[in-house]
Design a protein around this ligand. Structure first.
Ligand code: ADP
Length: 491
């Protein structure tokens, strides 16, 4: 309990309430005491002066002991808590009424007495208590005069010894008892209200903490759900926190899922790559071994043939590795993109020119359809060139002799579409969703056809993805295929 937030809040509240209680009691007692003293002194302000006026206490310069005793006795009857002292002008106690041994001081300080008589200080003024070497008490005082001469003072200590202890004081006063009782009761009430409201306020935190714990226990598989949590404008920071944590948990779950998926894909990819690389490597090795084993028996033409085959597989291996590396760079964004405005029309024209001979060699016509004044587009020109090359290479590869290849540009609102279409073999509808996957080749399932790595379209798609675009394909087996993509016009 002490380690929970609620426990700490409760402990803090207890400490606070206890401190306030102490301060409250101390304050009540001190102010009450001071107030009583003030009232006492005010009520008896003229007491000493009255006595002095009524009773001559000095006779021929010395104390009239008989008068003093008489006065003491009559006052004793009226108010037993009063003590009388006669003091000389320097403060020495001349005479008093008390059992012997009770008076412990020989003299008292004159300053408070003068302040009282001259009215220079606010009540309560406390003077030295002759019965206590350290004590001070409220008093009444008056000058004793013989003619013009100051003969001394009558010093009347008020209140006697009562109310010396706080406990006694509270015990003896109904009002004080009531005040302290009511004060403590309201503090207790505040404490209970505090406990209840803290409990209520920390309830959501406990729920949140339990939900997070459950999330952890569940190995982050299922996102946290807080159920009926307060959402919307009336929620406070805890509600906000809850919603944020909930969202975070959803993200964590999603990312873990993605990581697992990425990990599985990576394993599959490595398996794929090893397999794809092994095929040409094995062939290469096979031809080289044949050459070595049959060295003496082979004719020059046969030797040449095996060497050609070995070189072809070597080349294929080289191409595979180069394209794989290119795709990996594009996927990991290991190559920085250089976006710039350029003329797609010019680029298409250049690429078409580059492939003209090649197309001719395959008995194909290559034509372009470029509207005049097509605006510039924005993109990485080298990468877009690569896309066009891959598409044209494919068109040449998969179009039989006598066919046509057409490169066209179609300007649209805010973009230009580039299209590479051919009158080739086409792609079966059920293969179309796969042709952009790495290593996917329709020829593999057909078991015949031109050679390829199965990476060209994957590279093209990735490049367009990096441009925030995509690649579309339409195809009809026997009729031909058309690939197209759009690029935004440069601002
Ligand atoms: P490849 O190196 O095999 O050409 P690609 O990724 O470029 O690899 O293409 C994937 C597959 O898509 C090819 O194997 C081919 O079957 C099919 N393909 C691509 N372009 C065309 C096209 N213009 N006509 C017919 N089939 C195509």
């Amino acid at each position: 309990m002490a380690r929970t937030l609620y426990g700490k809040l409760v402990a803090a509240l207890f400490a606070l309430v206890a401190t306030i209680s102490l301060i409250y009691v101390a304050l009540t007692v001190t102010t009450t005491r001071l107030y009583l003293q003030e009232v006492n002194q005010k009520l008896n302000q003229t007491l000493a002066a009255g006595i002095v006026a009524e009773t001559p206490l000095l006779q021929g310069g010395s104390v009239d002991q008989a008068a003093f005793e008489g006065l003491f006795h009559s006052l004793m009857v009226i108010n037993p808590s009063i003590e009388l002292y006669l003091i000389d002008p320097e403060g020495a106690i001349l005479s008093y009424n008390a059992p012997p041994g009770r008076v412990r001081r020989g003299r008292v300080s004159l300053a408070p007495i003068r302040a009282f008589i001259d009215g220079t200080e606010e009540f309560p003024i406390r003077g030295d208590d002759p019965r206590d070497p350290q004590g001070r008490k409220v008093f009444s005082a008056a000058e004793l005069r013989e003619g013009d001469r100051l003969a001394g003072y009558l010093y009347v200590v008020l209140g006697g010894e009562a109310f010396d202890s706080v406990a006694r004081m509270i015990q003896d006063s109904y009002i004080l008892r009531l005040a302290v009782g009511v004060g403590l009761a309201s503090l207790a009430l505040a404490l209970i209200a505090g406990l209840v409201s803290f409990n209520w306020l920390t309830r959501r935190l406990r729920r949140l903490s339990a939900a997070v714990e459950a999330f952890k226990q569940g190995e982050f598989q299922a996102a946290m759900s807080l159920g009926p949590w307060r959402r919307g404008p009336r929620g406070d920071e805890i509600d906000e926190l809850g919603i944020t944590v909930e969202r975070m948990s959803q993200r964590i779950v999603e990312q873990i899922r993605q990581l697992r998926h990425a990990d599985a894909t990576r394993r599959e990819l490595i398996a794929n790559i090893s397999h794809e690389l092994r095929t040409p490597l094995t062939s290469l090795q096979g031809y080289l071994e044949t050459l070595m084993i049959k060295e003496g028996e082979l004719s020059e033409a046969e030797r040449r043939h095996y060497l050609d085959l070995a070189a072809k597989h070597g080349q294929r291996l080289n191409q595979l590795i180069a394209e794989l590396f290119e795709l990996a760079m594009l996927e990991s964004q290991g190559r920085e993109l250089h976006f710039e405005p350029f003329s797609l029309a010019e680029l298409v024209q250049d690429v078409a020119q580059k492939f003209e001979l090649e197309a001719e060699k395959h008995g194909l016509t290559l034509e372009t359809e470029i509207p005049a004044g097509a605006p510039f587009v924005s993109g990485d020109i080298a990468l877009i060139e690569r896309v066009l090359e891959n598409l044209i290479e494919n068109a040449i590869k998969y179009t039989p002799k006598g066919g046509r290849i057409r490169l066209s540009l179609v300007p649209g609102p805010g973009c230009i579409a580039a299209r590479v279409s051919d009158t080739g073999v086409g792609i079966p509808a059920d293969e179309i969703p796969h042709i952009f996957e790495r290593f996917y080749r329709v020829e593999k399932s057909r078991g015949e056809g031109p050679e390829g790595t199965g990476l060209g379209l994957a590279i093209a798609r990735r490049i367009l993805e990096l441009h925030g675009s995509s690649i579309a394909v339409e195809s009809k087996p026997g009729d031909g295929t058309s690939f197209s993509f759009e690029l935004p016009t440069a601002a």
